[in-house]
Design a protein around this ligand. Structure first.
Ligand SMILES: [Mn+2]
Length: 304
């Protein structure tokens, strides 16, 4: 029997993409994985074992030369993405559905399958950090809870069961589940405590006319929340907001870039080998990146 594989980004948009794909493929089950730009090639290869490599769906993650090549081992590979990337050549069995103007990757998936669902609008709100509805806030908190408090295989299993539940029972059922509501409450409590920490730990720099806020941490902290909270800072708005997550165990730095003022932070991410969107980008670097290196990179952009 052939088993389809779904690989999506391990965030809200990716979760919603995976639920939409599940709803719209002919098979009634699939292997679902959540990945990141940094691990995607590994994920595509691992997911293949035991599936006869029939069909793979990849969403909210960018097709680049290496990941396109990995996906082409499957009989057919369907990509759905809305990140800004250089166009890549792909073999005939790799179908790229891309729209860098789409507010979410879920929007790209929904258009492809001609599937209308309120959850697509919610993906747009969350991915653009423009929350308008209570349900969007709740779903963002639920995924925030999983990102903050679960790791590795537990995170994967929880996300998987959320995707299946979203696909089969819908958003209202997911958001009225007792365990999910408990997770949301725990996460919202954490945010209250965390908002005090941001004020204390944020470092502000002026560099060539740009105002930069840098937040360094060793754990998971929600970048959207830091960005929103900093709007109330006495020196806001910030041209560049940088969240640097240090994973000292494996000498890795995860950099996230945002802006209050429409600065092109994609160019900044590219200086570190990363990517994303013009107003929200990131990079994972396999060394410890110092604040000084980040400021130097911003300086080089400001000088242009
Ligand atoms: Mn997205």
């Amino acid at each position: 029997m052939r088993i389809p594989v779904i690989v999506a980004h391990g965030d809200c948009d990716g979760l919603i993409c995976s639920a939409l794909i599940l709803q719209n493929i002919p098979e009634d089950r699939a292997r679902i994985y959540y990945s990141s730009p940094y691990f995607l090639r590994d994920t595509i290869c691992k997911a293949m074992l035991g599936t006869k490599a029939d069909v793979i769906y990849i969403a909210d993650l960018s097709p680049v030369r290496e990941t396109i090549a990995a996906s082409s081992i499957y009989s057919r590979a369907f990509w759905f993405d809305h990140h800004t990337i250089e166009p890549s050549e792909a073999p005939g069995n790799v179908i790229l559905t891309m729209d860098s103007n789409a507010e979410s990757a879920a929007r790209v998936v929904a258009r492809y399958f001609k599937a209308e669902d309120e959850i697509v609008n919610i993906a747009d709100q969350i991915d653009k950090n423009r929350i308008e509805s209570f349900k969007a806030e709740q779903l963002r908190s639920l995924v925030g809870y999983l990102k903050k408090y679960t790791h590795g295989i537990t995170f994967a299993l929880k996300m998987r069961s959320l995707a299946i539940s979203l696909a089969e029972n819908g958003l209202n059922t997911v958001l009225s589940d007792k365990e999910n509501l408990e997770g949301i409450a725990i996460y919202q409590n954490y945010l209250q405590r965390f908002s005090l920490e941001i004020e204390k730990k944020i470092k502000v720099h002026e560099i060539y006319g740009a105002r930069v806020a840098i937040y360094t941490t060793q754990e998971f902290n929600p970048v959207y929340f830091i960005t929103n909270k900093l709007k109330e800072h006495s020196r806001a708005p910030f041209n560049y907001i940088v969240v640097a997550v240090y994973r000292n165990l494996n000498n890795k730095t995860k950099l996230e870039f945002r802006t209050h003022t429409g600065e092109d932070v994609l160019s900044l991410a590219k200086l570190f080998g990363g990517g994303g969107h013009r107003l929200a980008s990131g990079a994972t670097v396999t060394e410890n990146i110092s604040e000084m290196q980040i400021l130097k990179a911003i300086e080089s952009l400001q000088k242009q």
